[in-house]
Design a protein around this ligand. Structure first.
Ligand SMILES: Nc1ncnc2c1ncn2[C@@H]1O[C@H](COP(=O)(O)OP(=O)(O)O)[C@@H](O)[C@H]1O
Ligand SMILES: [Mg+2]
Length: 509
């Protein structure tokens, strides 16, 4: 959607940043070069009076983004997880962006549900509450299913939110392009990539079927995790704009008094939150990427409940193993090993000096382990580590940044529950258990088994492959292009060995 309205949005954004006093802060955070500063000020300043006023009680940037609407709030929140782009100071300020907005009328929600599910709301639910929570993208109602009496939570997107976001995203792209043209050296910040990243994250949240999917996968992965529960989604009552989940009641994770009054041991909860997060990241490679207190509760049973699956992090198995080894290296203070792992994984270019790298890693680890136990932070360890690896030429990886940022949040939640928690003491057993299962001889056997399983899939085709090889051997074909084939004895031997090994290992594991 190109057009003059985008220019208007650009001007209104600049004007609002000026009017709220956020312009300087934003330009400084992005380390904007003088030419860009000049352009931005020219764009904003003369039109300052057109800018939105916002809430004067908020700090400038928060005030500007809140006034500019949902897409800007969301953009700010996403940037708060990318201090690599906006710097630590602004990231911290953006973290406190409150994603609370006035709810929209229940009637509108009901109409959208009826439209989405093709049935009148009264036929589906015997009770349907006013909104219990409302944020920039969606709001949540409590309801009861007519046929089973089950209590559910119904999340409904804000009406017209998709179009509103699309409009603002188009304007963001225009801004990014303008920045790239006016200040080619600002390309280091990759403005277009930043917007693409934002669009990707938001698109995921604007289709509740994707959240439903994430909830289902997360619930399945964690079904045996003691003391943890994820409300199950009801697929038949969910769609693009509506998501229905089993209702899960609990005490607010931020309310220590209420948690104490309910008789829960906060020290246990704190340790559990942290070790669950780590084991989801390591064991499953799928972790909740938005684990702030608002998305967690404590059930009467003492279980921790997680809500909101709009942002999930994924880490592939290879990366998980590499990082488990890296963390293990830190635990054992074997910095040379940590350095080697980076080289072996190809994360750091081979022409870098391994000894110098190991020395830099020691400078990451030692000060942290030297700290008073209650101040040790794994999030800080990772953040220092990423700083060093970047200096040594490793590329920034979004999923690892999300992991590190979520770790900051999770450690915050854990410390909120138990100010004396020893993060490292809780984390080490999780990492050690993962390493002993996934790095070493047992893992090798499992990998072999997996390889054989893939090879065995060719089992039914093996006779034919052998036959073809034999035929080719017997009568050299008079074809124009000669295919290179393996000697027949090799094909046969490999096939037999594979099957035999497969059978043996299949029995063993
Ligand atoms: N299944 C549920 N059971 C009970 N309460 C829920 C459920 N799902 C959401 N909520 C409540 O609604 C709030 C907002 O839901 P959430 O999914 O976090 O929406 P948002 O993406 O807008 O933050 C949650 O913090 C929680 O209090
Ligand atoms: Mg939420």
């Amino acid at each position: 959607m190109r057009g003059p309205h985008n220019i208007w949005r650009l001007i209104r954004t600049g004007a609002t940043l000026e009017r709220t006093g956020a312009m300087d802060q934003v330009l400084a955070a992005f380390k904007a070069p003088p030419r860009l500063r000049f352009a931005a000020r020219m764009l904003g300043w003369p039109f300052k009076w057109l800018g939105l006023k916002g809430d004067p009680d908020l700090p400038p940037t928060t005030r500007a983004l809140t006034a500019l609407g949902p897409a800007y709030i969301k953009f700010g929140q996403i940037l708060s997880t990318r201090p690599d782009i906006v710097g630590d100071e602004l990231a911290l300020q953006l973290k406190y962006l409150q994603d609370k907005l006035p709810p929209f009328p229940t009637d509108v929600a009901k109409r959208m549900i009826a439209e989405e599910l093709g049935l009148p709301v009264d036929e589906i639910f015997s009770a349907f509450s006013e909104p219990v929570a409302a944020a920039s993208i969606a709001q949540v109602h409590r309801a009861t299913l007519r046929n089973t009496g089950q209590d559910v939570a119904v999340k409904v997107l804000r009406p017209g939110i998709e179009r509103a976001f699309q409009r603002d995203i188009d304007a963001f792209y225009l801004m990014a392009r303008t920045i790239e043209i006016l200040a080619p050296f600002a390309r280091r910040l990759r403005p277009m990539d930043v917007i693409t990243h934002f669009e990707g994250v938001v698109k995921g949240e604007l289709d509740l079927r994707l959240e439903c999917s994430a909830a289902a996968e997360f619930a399945d992965n964690t079904k045996d995790d003691e003391g943890f529960q994820v409300p199950k989604p009801l697929w038949e009552l969910s769609g693009r704009q509506v998501m229905t989940l089993a209702w899960a009641e609990g005490t607010n994770m931020a309310d220590n008094d209420a948690i104490d009054a309910a008789g829960h041991d906060r020290r246990v909860l704190a340790a559990r939150v942290l070790s669950l997060f780590l084991s989801h990241a390591l064991r499953d490679g799928l972790f909740h990427g938005d684990m702030h207190q608002g998305n967690l509760k404590v059930a009467a049973s003492g279980n921790i409940i997680a809500y909101d699956f709009g942002i999930m992090g994924r880490i592939d198995e290879y990366t998980r193993r590499v990082y488990a080894e890296i963390l293990m290296g830190f635990i054992q203070k074997d910095y040379r090993r940590v350095a080697e792992v980076h080289f072996e994984a190809g994360y750091v270019p081979p022409d870098r000096d391994i000894d110098e790298f190991a020395r830099a890693l020691r400078a990451v680890g030692e000060p942290i382990f030297g700290m008073d136990a209650t101040r040790i932070s794994m999030a800080r360890l990772l953040s220092y580590l990423f700083e060093v690896t970047e200096r040594f030429g490793m590329e920034t990886r979004t999923e690892l940044i999300l992991l590190q940022r979520t770790m900051v949040v999770v450690e915050g939640v854990a410390r909120g529950l138990d100010p004396h928690i020893n993060i490292w003491q809780v984390a080490s057993p999780v990492v050690t258990a993962y390493v002993s299962r996934n790095v070493g001889p047992l893992a090798l056997l499992r990998d072999l088994k997996q390889t054989l399983r893939v090879m065995a899939r060719f089992g039914p085709r093996l006779p034919r492959i052998v036959e073809q090889a034999l035929i080719r051997q017997a009568e050299p074909p008079v074809v124009i292009v000669r295919r290179r084939s393996l000697p027949v004895w090799m094909v046969g031997a490999v096939a037999l060995a594979a099957l035999a090994l497969g059978v043996v290992l299949g029995e063993m594991l």
